[in-house]
Structures are given as structure tokens and as C-alpha cells.
Design a protein around this ligand. Structure first.
Ligand code: ADP
Length: 157
């Protein structure tokens, strides 16, 4: 059974992330969506909320598991007995970072591989940063974020 780990902040999860997870689930029998808990960054949404958002947005996709981790990704890979990291790229601007982090991960764990899926054009402009800005203006998020997640963001409004 081939497993991949899709690490990220998912602050919050977007339609771009969900598309990458859906497509990866056709290639891998299990996709672990791994929320990075980075003590240096204060997220907009706490871990419990981000986890609920991801679980809700991916409930229709077979083989998806949501977990969180702290520290080095390669340590989490080893703990999970997994050697494939999944990443999404939206365009040329995402590549230098992915190349750098992929190379460092491979130095630390030579048997690991990074698999990169390209964003669909309609999702390539979406980032969690953009969504967080729009939330500040209570803007319509329906093109960018799954509806059940929007309901969690604008709860009670
Ligand atoms: P990170 O801080 O690790 O970049 P993110 O949650 O922003 O965490 O992104 C997690 C992964 O999803 C990264 O590989 C990122 O490039 C990818 N990603 C983010 N937004 C999109 C999108 N709109 N389409 C495809 N992939 C995306």
C-alpha cells in the first residue's frame, strides 16, 4: 500500500489543496494530510479548527487521513513509515522553494521522494494568505474555499 504525506499549514484549507488531495488519492492508496505545527508562526485558525476544516473538506475522498506534526518532516515520514512527500505547485514562483526543501529533505533522508502535482489553472491563484486577507473584509470566498469550510469561517454571521 503506497502512502504519501501532504504537509502544509492549511490555514485554512482551500479548493486548491482539495484538488491536489483528490488527484493524489487516485495515485496513492492513502494520503496523510499533515498539519505543520510551527511554534514560530501564529496561525489564523487553531489546530483543532484546521483539522476539522480539512476533515470536512476531504470527507468525500477515500483514503485520506488527517494528522499533525511538529519538527522535521523527515522525522514524521520515518514515524509514519512513509517515504513520499506530496506538494502542489501553482506556477514557476513555487518551484525554487520546493526544489530547495525537496533537496534538503532528500539529504536528510536519501530514500524519500517528493512528488509534485501541478495546480489546475483555475486554482493557481489561490493561497491561504489571500483567503485570510479576504476573510478580514468578510468577502465572498465561494470560488476559493469549499462551502462547508466557509460555513465554519463565517460561523454565526
Ligand atoms: P506551506 O506553508 O507548507 O506552503 P500551505 O498550506 O500553504 O503550506 O501549502 C501546502 C501545500 O499545498 C504546498 O505544497 C503548496 O504549494 C500547496 N498549495 C497551496 N495552495 C495551492 C493551490 N491553490 N493549488 C495547488 N497547490 C497548492
Amino acid at each position: 500500500m503506497q502512502t504519501c504525506i501532504f504537509p502544509g499549514s492549511f490555514d485554512p484549507i482551500t479548493k486548491g489543496h482539495v484538488d491536489i488531495i483528490e488527484r493524489a488519492a487516485r495515485i496513492f492508496s492513502r494520503v496523510i494530510v499533515a498539519i505543520l505545527c510551527n511554534s514560530e508562526k501564529t496561525p489564523c485558525f487553531d489546530l483543532v479548527t484546521r483539522r476539522r476544516m480539512i476533515e470536512t473538506a476531504t470527507a468525500h475522498i477515500p483514503g485520506v487521513v488527517v494528522q499533525d506534526f511538529e519538527g522535521l518532516l523527515v522525522d514524521f515520514l520515518r514515524q509514519s513509515d512513509c517515504r513520499v512527500v506530496l506538494r502542489g505547485v501553482r506556477g514557476a514562483q513555487d518551484l525554487p522553494y520546493e526544489q530547495q526543501i525537496g533537496a534538503v529533505n532528500q539529504h536528510l533522508m536519501p530514500e524519500m521522494e517528493t512528488v509534485v502535482l501541478m495546480s489546475k489553472p483555475e486554482y493557481s491563484i489561490i493561497s491561504s494568505t489571500l483567503i485570510r486577507e479576504l476573510i478580514g473584509y468578510k468577502a465572498d470566498l465561494s470560488l476559493y474555499v469549499p462551502q462547508p469550510v466557509i460555513d465554519m469561517i463565517y460561523v454565526g454571521e
